[in-house]
Write a protein that binds this ligand. Structure first.
Ligand SMILES: [Zn+2]
Length: 434
C-alpha cells in the first residue's frame, strides 16, 4: 500500500435524460463526496460540444474533475458506482461514459485528448472513434450502454489537460432533492438586481428587451439557476444577490460557453457541411421573408455565386426585426450552425448597406403631372400633354439600420455563442441583444 499521492482527471458525460438528473450535478456531488479523502485541485470543467448533434436535447454538456488522491483505484471505483447508481440509465438517449487519466499518463495523452476536445466542439465524432482512442491511449474508462458518453468524457479530460482555450465561468446552484420536478422559487427581481450589480462582468442572467429571466431552467433537472460570467468573483457576487428557495449545493465551473469555439471560418459556401457551425461573409441575395411559425429567412450569396438560406428563427424574437431590414446587395457576415441546408444565425455583422430606392412613375417634364406607364417596356406617357419619358423616378429611402455587429437576445443564446460584450477591438460598432 503506497502512500504516494497521484493526480487524477475524471471525465464524465451523458448521465442525464430529458426527465431528470444533470451531469453537472453528478459532478458537484462527486466533488463534495470525494473531498473528505482527496484534494480537489482546480474548479471542475464544463464543456459544451457541437451544438448541432441531435442525440442530446439539453445542450451537449460534459464535465471533468481534477484531483489529487492517495488511492486512485478507490476513487475510480467510487466514481463508477456513483455514475451507475445515479445516471438515468433507463433514458432512451442516456449512454454514460466515464474516463480516468492518471498523472503518469498526462504527458503522453495531452496532445491527442486536447485535439479530440477541439474537434468534438466543431465536428461530428463517432462512438467507435472514442472507443479506439481510449484503448490506444490505454485509459481507464467505463462505457454504459452504447457508450456515446465516452466522446464527451474524453473531451472534458482533454479540456482539463489543455490550459490554452478561451473560457468563462458558470455558477450553478442546485435544488434540494425533494423539490426536483416542481416549480422553481427564485425571485425574479433579485435576478434583475444581480444583473444590474454585475453586468457586464456577468451576462445572460436576464433578458431586458424581452423582459424575462434567462438563468433559471424549466426542465425537471436539479439546477436551480446558473450565473455566467468572466471570472469566479463576478459570478459569486451576482449569486449573492439572488433570493430563492434553499440551495442544496453549488459549484463553479470553468467552461467554453460564450467563446464561439464551435465556429469555423470559411471563405465560401462550397466548404460548408451539415452539422457544423460557421463564420461566412456574403451578400444578401433575396429579400428576407417571414414564414409560418414566425421564422425570418433570406438567401445569402458568396463571392463564387453560391447561395445558402440563413434564418432568424422565431425564438430569436426582436433579432428578427433587424434581419427583416436587410435588402439584397447588403454585405454581411453571418455566424451560426448549419442544419437542413440552413444557417441558423447567432450573430450578424452588417458591413456595408446598399442604398434603397423607391421606384415611382416620373413626373412629366413639361407639365409636372405624374406620368402613366405606356405599357410593358414602353416607358411612360403623360395623359395630360402626351409627353413621353423612358426614365423612372428613383427616390432614395433612408435605411432604418446601421452597419455594426448584432446578436440574438439572451433568451435565444446558444451555450457556445460568444456574447458581443466579450469581443474586444472589433472594428464595427457593437449592438448587444440586451
Ligand atoms: Zn405633361
Amino acid at each position: 500500500m503506497s502512500s504516494e499521492h497521484t493526480k487524477l482527471i475524471i471525465g464524465i458525460d451523458d448521465t442525464d435524460s430529458r426527465e431528470g438528473m444533470c451531469t453537472t450535478y453528478l459532478c458537484a456531488l462527486l466533488r463534495d463526496d470525494l473531498s473528505s479523502f482527496v484534494q480537489v485541485i482546480s474548479e471542475p470543467i464544463l464543456v459544451r460540444l457541437n451544438p448541432t448533434i441531435p442525440y442530446k436535447t439539453r445542450g451537449n454538456a460534459s464535465v471533468a474533475l481534477f484531483l489529487e488522491c492517495r488511492d486512485s483505484q478507490k476513487v475510480i471505483d467510487l466514481v463508477i458506482d456513483t455514475v451507475a447508481s445515479m445516471a438515468c440509465l433507463d433514458g432512451e438517449n442516456t449512454n454514460p461514459g466515464v474516463v480516468f487519466v492518471i498523472e503518469e499518463q498526462f504527458g503522453n495523452v495531452k496532445n491527442k485528448l486536447s485535439s479530440f476536445f477541439r474537434r468534438a466542439v466543431k465536428d461530428v465524432i463517432t462512438i467507435d472513434e472514442a472507443k479506439e482512442l481510449s484503448s490506444e491511449l490505454d485509459l481507464k474508462f467505463r462505457a454504459f450502454k452504447n457508450g456515446r458518453g465516452l466522446i464527451g468524457a474524453l473531451s472534458a479530460c482533454g479540456a482539463m489537460l489543455d490550459p490554452d482555450w478561451d473560457h468563462t465561468y458558470e455558477y450553478l446552484a442546485y435544488r434540494e432533492k425533494e423539490v426536483w420536478g416542481t416549480k422553481r422559487e427564485v425571485e425574479e427581481l433579485s435576478l434583475f438586481e444581480a444583473d444590474r450589480q454585475t453586468y457586464p462582468d456577468t451576462w445572460d442572467t436576464v433578458d431586458h428587451v424581452n423582459n424575462i429571466t434567462v438563468c433559471v431552467p424549466h426542465s425537471g433537472d436539479p439546477v436551480l439557476y446558473g450565473i455566467r460570467g468572466k471570472d469566479i468573483s463576478s459570478v459569486e457576487k451576482a449569486a449573492s444577490f439572488v433570493i430563492s428557495e434553499p440551495v442544496e449545493r453549488m459549484c463553479i465551473y470553468r467552461t467554453n460557453q460564450g467563446t464561439d469555439m464551435h465556429l469555423i471560418h470559411v471563405s465560401g459556401i462550397s466548404e460548408i457541411k451539415e452539422m457544423h457551425s460557421y463564420i461566412l461573409e456574403g451578400e444578401v441575395f433575396s429579400e428576407p421573408a417571414t414564414i409560418r411559425g414566425g421564422h425570418t429567412i433570406f438567401s445569402l450569396k458568396d463571392s463564387a455565386g453560391n447561395l445558402i438560406d440563413c434564418a432568424a428563427f422565431e425564438p430569436t424574437k426582436n433579432f428578427r426585426e433587424l434581419v427583416r431590414k436587410l435588402i439584397p446587395g447588403d454585405r454581411i457576415v453571418v455566424y451560426g450552425s448549419v442544419t437542413e441546408n440552413t444557417l441558423n444565425i447567432e450573430k450578424i455583422k452588417l458591413l456595408e448597406l446598399v442604398k434603397a430606392y423607391e421606384i415611382r412613375n416620373p413626373l412629366c417634364p413639361s407639365c409636372g403631372k405624374r406620368m402613366k406607364s405606356a405599357g410593358s417596356g414602353q416607358g411612360y406617357r403623360c395623359k395630360k400633354c402626351g409627353t413621353r419619358s423612358e426614365f423612372t423616378e428613383n427616390k432614395e429611402l433612408k435605411r432604418d439600420v446601421l452597419p455594426g455587429f448584432y446578436e440574438v437576445p439572451p433568451c435565444a443564446r446558444r451555450h457556445l455563442a460568444k456574447q458581443l460584450l466579450r469581443f474586444e477591438n472589433d472594428d464595427l460598432p457593437i449592438y448587444p441583444g440586451r
